[in-house]
Design a protein around this ligand. Structure first.
Ligand code: ATP
Length: 360
């Protein structure tokens, strides 16, 4: 298969930054179930890594390993260059202060006010009351909840509760924020506002974030890089735009199906694998090739016209990523080969999906 994203269009600022998290050959099995099966991952300072997978893929086990809550069968995990493998509870305490965590169900204490919830990690760390309340107010300002310091969690909306969760996770100035399905319980609009807040904090504080999710839209909106996990293995990894443009693993394609144009079902249903009036082609392009002029050029280069069936151009991490479906008439079978040749020469990935037997 030709690759449509071989030319690196954008630089990765993280490439030279220090590693905040490093996993090497991490294994954790439960009986015969490989929850993590040789996971290797590096997350650099200031980077947002999305880890995506279906239910049971190993995401929670990964989070528990990063927190030191789960022992490894084999492998190495380093946070800020220090191994966390084999540490006892006492030795893990300073590590846990370097790792903030936000949860799907917020995990706030109902009997404590917002400011007390935010200050709690500092209380546990032995920080004096005046200092921890000062820090709590600073963080509530950062997350847009300055007026809610004395409120109780029960009086807050889901989005506000998650903002408190974020403020609490930042209280001890962690190097890493782990987000475990932090927006899964929120409506789409609130999800967008929480993701925008996380991105804002990432930029302002240079905070490294690992986002665990089962939703590609979450990854797409704020992650720099994505790692796809399936049956305990990282099956695909790369910059978000390049994985969206050219997903390789079947699981990645499946997870992306709601986020990329798909051939309309009524057309897919009537495709013949061998013959028909029109060949239906899928075309994936990224970067310069995806900017639109390619179809005008293709038209000009052909003796007969083709039909645009479906598709569009998206922009991910400021990169154009295009996916189109076209119908090429089969009266002259050489036409299809010309189209394939033309598009492949422009770094597009083209597949003949089948032949439309019933186009009117
Ligand atoms: N404590 C445990 N005992 C036995 N099996 C476990 C345990 N924890 C996880 N597993 C198994 O390991 C695999 C990975 O589970 P994990 O919870 O990490 O997946 P996940 O991707 O977080 O799923 P979900 O999105 O549903 O939370 C699953 O098959 C699960 O049943």
């Amino acid at each position: 298969m030709n690759s449509i994203v071989t030319a690196s269009v954008i630089e990765t600022p993280q490439a030279t930054a220090e590693a905040v998290v490093r996993l090497v050959d991490v294994h954790r099995h439960f009986g015969t179930t490989p929850a993590l099966d040789g996971v290797a991952l590096t997350v650099h300072k200031g980077e947002i890594l999305g880890v995506i997978g279906r239910s049971g893929a190993g995401k929670s086990t990964l989070i528990r390993c990063l927190n030191g809550l789960e022992r490894l069968d084999r492998g190495e995990i380093e946070i800020e260059g220090r191994s966390i493998v084999g540490l006892d509870e006492k030795e893990l305490q300073p590590l846990r202060r370097r790792v903030g965590m936000i949860f799907q169900h917020f995990n706030l204490l109902a009997s404590r006010t917002v400011e007390e919830n935010v200050a709690l990690p500092l209380k546990i760390a032995g920080v004096a009351r005046t200092e921890r309340l000062r820090r709590a107010h600073e963080l509530l300002e950062l997350v847009g909840l300055a007026g809610k310091a004395k409120a109780y969690p029960s009086s807050l909306s889901g989005g506000q509760k998650q903002r408190v969760g974020i403020a609490r996770a930042l209280a001890a100035r962690p190097a890493l924020l782990l987000s475990d399905e932090a927006t899964s319980a929120l409506d789409p609009e609130t999800t967008r506002s929480i993701l925008a807040l996380l991105k804002d904090i990432n930029r302002k504080l240079g905070l490294t974030i690992i986002l665990i999710t089962h939703e590609m839209e979450v990854v797409r909106s704020i992650a720099d890089r994505v790692a796809v996990i399936d049956a305990g293995r990282i099956v695909e990894e790369g910059q978000v735009w390049s994985v969206f443009a050219d997903p390789k693993a079947p699981i990645t394609r499946s997870l992306l199906s709601g986020s990329r144009p798909q051939l309309p079902e009524h057309i897919a249903a009537r495709l013949s694998p061998t013959s028909g009036e029109e060949a239906i082609l899928s075309i994936d392009m990224a970067g310069l090739a995806a900017q639109g002029a390619v179809f005008a050029d293709l038209s000009a280069a052909l003796p007969q016209s083709f039909r645009l069936v479906h598709g569009g151009i998206d922009h991910i991490q400021n990169q154009p990523v295009a996916r189109f479906f076209i119908a090429v008439p089969m009266r002259d079978p050489a036409l299809k080969d010309k189209v394939l040749q033309f598009l492949k020469a422009r770094s597009a990935r083209v597949e003949v999906l089948g032949y439309d037997t019933d186009h009117v």
